[in-house]
Design a protein. Structure first.
Length: 226
C-alpha cells in the first residue's frame, strides 16, 4: 500500500529544503568550508597564494570569502570588481584592509576608464568626460565650514569620488568630495586637518570648494542620488 504525502507535508518539506540550502549557501559564502588557511596578514602587507600584497586605498565591493589566515583571525575576501584576485580584502573582527598584489603596478595617470562616486562604479563616457574636465579646471572658489563634509543633511550632499586609470579594476585615486552644497554643484579642493575644541567636540573644518559650472549639471544629475 502506497503512502501518499499530504499537500501540507510537501509544502513544509519544500520550505525546509529551501531553508537548508540557504543556510549552506550562507555558510559557504562566509568561508565556513574554506580549507585554504595559508594567508599571513599584517597591517601593511600580506602573503597569500605565493604572492606578496600591500595595502592600498580605493572603493570596492566585498564578495565571498576565499581564504583565511593561518590562525583563522582574518578572512580573505574577493573584490567584486576584480575576479582576478589582484585586489583582495583582508577582514578581521575589528579591521579590514584592501590589498593589491605587488606584481601589479596601479596606474595613477593616463586614460580614466572608470569613476567611482558614492561607492557606485560608473563607466558612462559622458560622465567620465565631465568629471575629468571638472577635476582639471577645479580651483578653490570659496571656503565652506562644516563639522564633517561626508555628513548628509539638508545643506550638504557630498560623496567621495575616485578615478581608475588605464583599465585598473579598482578606483584607487581619490579626487575629493563631489555633490551639492546649498543646492549648488561643487567639488572639494582641500580639507583642513581634524581639530577639536577643549570639551572634545569637533571644530568646524574649513573645506576648499570649487563651484561647478552649470553646463555639467545635467550629466551629474543622472547619477546623483539623494
Amino acid at each position: 500500500m502506497k503512502c501518499k504525502l499530504s499537500k501540507l507535508t510537501i509544502i513544509c518539506l519544500s520550505i525546509l529544503f529551501v531553508i537548508v540550502i540557504g543556510i549552506i549557501g550562507l555558510l559557504w559564502y562566509n568561508g565556513a568550508f574554506i580549507t585554504d588557511r595559508s594567508a599571513k596578514v599584517g597591517n601593511e602587507g600580506m602573503i597569500w597564494n605565493n604572492k606578496s600584497y600591500s595595502t592600498i586605498n580605493g572603493e570596492y565591493t566585498e564578495e565571498r570569502t576565499i581564504a583565511k589566515s593561518e590562525d583563522g583571525s582574518w578572512k580573505i575576501n574577493e573584490v567584486k570588481e576584480d575576479p582576478s584576485h589582484t585586489f583582495v580584502v583582508a577582514r578581521s573582527f575589528l579591521d579590514n584592509y584592501l590589498y593589491v598584489s605587488d606584481d601589479y603596478v596601479v596606474p595613477t595617470s593616463g586614460e580614466i576608464t572608470k569613476v567611482c562616486w558614492a561607492g557606485d562604479y560608473i563607466e558612462d563616457k559622458e560622465f567620465i568626460k565631465a568629471v575629468t574636465e571638472i577635476d582639471t579646471i577645479k580651483t578653490t572658489t570659496f571656503d565652506y565650514e562644516t563639522e564633517a563634509i561626508f555628513m548628509l543633511n539638508d545643506i550638504q550632499r557630498m560623496k567621495r569620488l575616485y578615478f581608475a586609470y588605464e583599465d585598473c579594476p579598482i578606483a584607487t585615486v581619490y579626487k575629493g568630495y563631489l555633490g551639492k552644497i546649498n543646492g549648488n554643484w561643487v567639488i572639494t579642493t582641500n580639507i583642513s586637518s581634524d581639530q577639536y575644541n577643549e570639551d572634545g567636540s569637533p571644530k568646524l573644518h574649513t573645506v576648499g570648494c570649487y563651484s561647478i559650472p552649470d553646463k555639467y549639471s545635467q550629466v551629474l544629475e543622472k547619477y546623483f542620488f539623494e
